[in-house]
Design a protein around this ligand. Structure first.
Ligand code: BES
Ligand code: MN
Ligand code: ZN
Length: 510
């Protein structure tokens, strides 16, 4: 009986917590309160202070809390407020306006600190003064992202931290709700789905289940068309590179294409291509077991590009965009490809397999060529957990950006700074292309004499027409968090790239 009740109450992990806005402060339970530098209270804080005859201000002076940006402190709430405990979050100087990214990170940090401290997420009262509701909507987005937990396999209720609802206190609840529903909600929903897919183990997410899950998530959305290529289709299209990676696994490869036509008919689409290796053992060039455990996230690029399409469709963006996921499981086995094998790609170029562990660029070779020639894109972008090398160069701070079209760099750096998904350009020059020449085939899939991340980028570039404005993002360093960040609570996938691509598309194409 107890067990049944418990199961019925279980959270649906693909559905966002319900977000509600209110202009009234709660009079019981806990509260998250934003406080400016030097303990300055905003309107909501002053309201509580007046209610309690200055007890809040008094309590503040009794702590070390300064209100510096991102600082947090739990205090016992003044009795007359009716509240129990308050989590204070520093907003920094009230002379400095806070950006969308600031509000998201502040609310995210506050939300996860509160969940850790209180085991529940209290109403967030951070002083959203803006009449247009944008700061409140961004707080809601940040709180959603910051309090995301992949806890669906924890059967101990003590360890389940996912929240059912998020309440934000703002000056204008209707404006905040309208802004949130139009913009931040579809974005959060897409990031949520991408995180879930990337965190799911490889016995749950493999090429076919990746496809079927997205089919479900796109149901009922407007202007969406889904195409799926199976092994027979791949053979027919001469996608030998993608097919070759997939042939070692019992779970067959797939190419998933999701078209969103929210723009005008004649408008060239933005084409997004993602590496979708649902598990990377390295294949016959087997990885060391200690480096293998989290290789379920090797499909993060694919999850983020399809997630971006989901976000665009969710907010009805007026743009044409196509997401292409190159899906395969990289396994050793009697039918796996070997080092030294030569495969022929859809482009006609032949590839010598030097390492079966450089599989991401192989699946991308066919997927990106397909995206380039079928769609003639306005811009072609790929996202891939491609190399360990990029993580050693840039750590967790930046995704690596590679391009032959220098004019594409600045817009992405700006979009990265605005969203918190930052990027840094790394070189791509003729030497990198020379390093992947081969004596038997047109190219080989690793360039031992070149820096790893640049050689990987050059390999992908071999399958894109030089005239096509193309950007490659190597997200191997940033697609898995070992530690919490303000917008991502526990270890796992942050769903990197959806905010970046959404912002880029919004500012450049809508
Ligand atoms: N999926 C890996 C890259 C990776 C490594 C992602 C570590 C995240 C953390 C990729 O398929 C790979 O194995 N790359 C090789 C390429 C090499 C064999 C040319 C690498 O970086 O070592
Ligand atoms: Mn690999
Ligand atoms: Zn890989």
């Amino acid at each position: 009986m107890w067990l049944f009740t418990n199961l019925a109450a279980a959270t649906d992990h693909n559905t966002l917590p319900k977000v509600q806005f209110s202009d009234a402060l709660p009079t019981s339970g806990h509260l998250i309160l934003g406080v400016y530098a030097e303990g300055q209270l905003g309107p909501l804080g002053r309201q509580i202070d007046q209610q309690t005859n200055g007890a809040l201000q008094h309590a503040l002076t009794a702590t070390d809390f300064t209100g510096d940006k991102m600082q947090t402190q739990v205090i016992t709430a003044p009795m007359a407020s009716g509240l129990q405990q308050m989590l204070l979050i520093g907003l920094g100087s009230d002379a400095e306006p806070l950006s969308a990214r600031d509000w998201q990170e502040l609310a995210g940090q506050a939300a996860q600190t509160a969940v850790e401290a209180f085991k529940t997420l209290p109403p967030i009262a951070m002083d959203a003064n803006q009449a247009d509701g944008l700061s409140g909507a961004n707080q809601a987005l940040g709180a959603l992202l910051g309090s995301y937990y992949f806890d669906r396999y924890q059967t101990d209720p003590e360890k389940q931290k996912s929240q059912d609802a998020i309440n934000v206190v703002v000056a204008n609840p209707t404006a905040a709700q309208t802004a949130f529903d139009a913009e931040q909600k579809p974005l959060a929903q897409a990031i949520w789905l991408a995180r879930n897919l990337s965190n799911e183990p490889a016995n749950v997410i493999y090429p076919e289940s990746f496809v079927s899950q997205w089919r479900t998530h796109f149901k009922g959305m407007n202007d969406i068309k889904i195409k799926v290529y199976d092994e027979d289709d791949m053979r027919q299209q001469n996608m030998g590179a993608l097919y070759g990676v997939g042939q070692g696994s019992q779970r067959p490869p797939r190419l998933l294409v999701v078209e969103y036509m929210g723009g005008t008919k004649d408008q060239a689409p933005v084409v997004l291509v993602g590496k979708g290796i649902t598990f990377d053992t390295g294949g016959i060039s087997l990885k060391n077991p200690p480096n293998m455990w989290n290789m379920k996230f090797d499909m993060s690029g694919a999850a983020s590009v399809i997630g971006t399409i989901h976000a665009l469709a969710g907010r009805g963006a007026q743009v044409n965009a196509v997401g292409i996921a190159a899906l395969a499981e990289n396994m050793p086995g009697p039918n796996a490809q070997r080092p030294g094998d030569v495969v022929t790609s859809m482009s006609g170029k032949t590839i010598a397999i030097r390492s079966t562990d450089a599989e991401g660029r192989l699946v991308l070779a066919d997927a990106i060529h397909y995206g380039d020639v079928i769609y003639d894109p306005a811009v072609l972008i790929d996202l891939a957990t491609l190399t360990g090398s990029v993580g050693r160069a840039l750590g967790k701070d930046y995704a690596g950006l590679f391009t032959r079209h220098q004019e594409l760099v600045e817009p992405f750096i700006t979009a990265g700074l605005n969203t918190g998904e930052e990027v840094w350009q790394l070189p791509l020059n003729d030497n990198h292309f020379k390093a992947i020449e081969h004596e038997v085939a047109d190219v080989m899939n690793s360039g031992p004499d070149a820096p790893g991340a640049s050689a990987g980028a050059a390999f992908i570039g071999e399958f894109v027409r030089e005239s096509t404005p193309w950007v490659h993002f190597d997200i191997a360093g940033v697609a898995w968090n070992d530690k919490a960040t303000p917008t991502k609570s526990s270890p796992g996938s942050p769903g990197f790239g959806i905010r970046l691509l959404n912002e880029y598309i919004k500012t450049r194409f809508e």
